[in-house]
Design a protein around this ligand. Structure first.
Ligand code: C2E
Ligand code: MG
Ligand code: MG
Length: 378
């Protein structure tokens, strides 16, 4: 056959996605769009034309259609590409300028097998595109309408059982609830991640006016936000020594030099920097060395069962020494039990946060809760 293509059906249109037509690119190429009525598709889908046409001159309807003479089409095989629900989402089609009397049901069967395989592949892609389309819309709306609020989780000095700061965590309001990192991932895919982070941080910073002045505010910031250069202005209204930026790397960071450079003026002003989720696989020791953070936040996967798991205990101890040698303060995340808490104290971890010490909550509730020692430690 001279031409083979996969098309996507979109309303009344057919979009050519993949095309193999050596020497005939002027006739059809990827991205071309035609009306479903101008091609054989709709007639085939609705049963007026057969899927297998060895000779178009023998089929009156095919002969009538302008495209038959224009291309020209002498023989034609075309079968629908269906998604998981059986809906025709496109066509897989081959055609030749000449009649091909040798084309048989065997060829049609083979094309059907291929269309079935294509369907499995593209239906997922088409669904992802559709779903991301929906989620893009949601996250755009959330940004436009500022449909989020912030909760605050206390960070404690583990030895003295006194609060040292609050971490701001965003909560997106649309139902059903989805964790913030999923919203940020959608924002990223939509190209609005930094805009969203800026607005969230602006909201989170409102707490500074109400918080006791000896508490710092810990703000999550992606490397992209740091590199955007928008933090200096955003943070200008705050006392720098009350701000800690938690750098969360959930994506590959291209250049640590650029990140270090972008952080430098902020740090010179007095803002401190934490590496978030250390030990989770995102922030390697190499990265920690390069950024030389003031705080290292141990990922909660290391905190979990540190009291009963000797390997985790050894890793946490190694991090205690690493922090001591590099002059950083270690903060354990996700402390859920008294056992974990006591082991972390024993290992010399300086600070910590987690459900055992206080859940993220609205600002007023958190400020009330930290008035007394956490987790019945009194
Ligand atoms: P993260 O910064 O490492 O935040 C810690 C996460 O652990 C939070 O989840 C918190 O609610 C949860 N957590 C705290 N204590 C415990 C505990 O004892 N046990 C367990 N199982 N979980 C605990 P959350 O709020 O769902 O946030 C998830 C991630 O989303 C954050 O991880 C951070 O990377 C990102 N994120 C959250 N808020 C913001 C924000 O305002 N800006 C940016 N850029 N990222 C944010
Ligand atoms: Mg954090
Ligand atoms: Mg973390």
């Amino acid at each position: 056959m001279d031409v083979a293509y996969i098309s996507q059906i979109h309303g009344d249109l057919t979009i050519f996605k993949k095309v193999d037509a050596p020497g005939l690119e002027h006739l059809v190429k990827p991205g071309d769009i035609r009306s479903l009525d101008d091609v054989y598709c709709r007639h085939i889908l609705e049963g007026r034309l057969p899927e297998l046409i060895p000779d178009t001159s023998l089929i009156p309807l095919a002969l009538e259609m302008p495209i038959t003479a224009a291309v020209p089409i002498g023989s034609h095989i075309s079968v629908p590409v269906r998604d998981d629900d059986g809906m025709a989402v496109g066509m897989f089609c081959c055609l030749s300028a000449r009649p091909r009397a040798d084309l048989s049901d065997r060829d049609l069967g083979f094309i059907r097998i291929l269309a079935d395989m294509i369907g499995r592949q593209v239906s997922e892609q088409y669904r992802d595109e559709r779903e991301l389309g929906d989620r893009s819309l949601l996250v755009r709306q959330a940004l436009e309408e500022r449909a989020f609020s912030c909760v605050y989780q206390p960070i404690w000095d583990l030895k003295t059982a006194r609060p040292v700061g609050l971490e701001a965590l965003v909560r997106f309001l649309p139902k059903p609830y989805r964790p913030p990192n999923e919203w940020f991932a959608d924002a990223e895919a939509t190209g609005i991640a930094v805009d969203l982070e800026v607005e969230v941080m602006r909201r989170a910073m409102n707490a500074l006016e109400v918080m006791p002045p000896d508490l710092y505010l810990s703000l999550n910031a992606s490397p992209a936000l740091v590199l955007s250069g928008r933090l200096a202005e955003l943070l200008a209204s705050a006392q720098p020594e009350r701000i800690i930026l938690e750098i969360t790397e959930h994506a590959i960071v291209d250049s640590y030099d650029d990140l270090t450079e972008a952080l430098a003026p902020l740090r010179r002003s007095g803002i401190r920097v934490a590496i978030d989720d250390a030990g989770a696989g995102y922030s390697t020791l190499q990265h920690i060395l390069q950024l030389a953070p003031d705080r290292i936040k141990l990922d909660m996967s290391l905190t979990r069962s540190v009291d009963t798991n000797p390997a985790r205990r050894a890793l946490v101890l190694a991090m205690v020494l690493f922090a001591r040698e590099t002059g950083a303060v270690l903060i354990a995340e996700g402390i859920e039990t008294r056992g974990e808490f006591e082991t972390l104290v024993e290992l010399g971890v300086a600070k910590g946060q987690g459900y055992f010490l206080g859940r993220p909550d609205r600002l007023a509730q958190t400020l009330q809760a930290i008035k007394s020692p956490p987790g019945d430690l009194a």
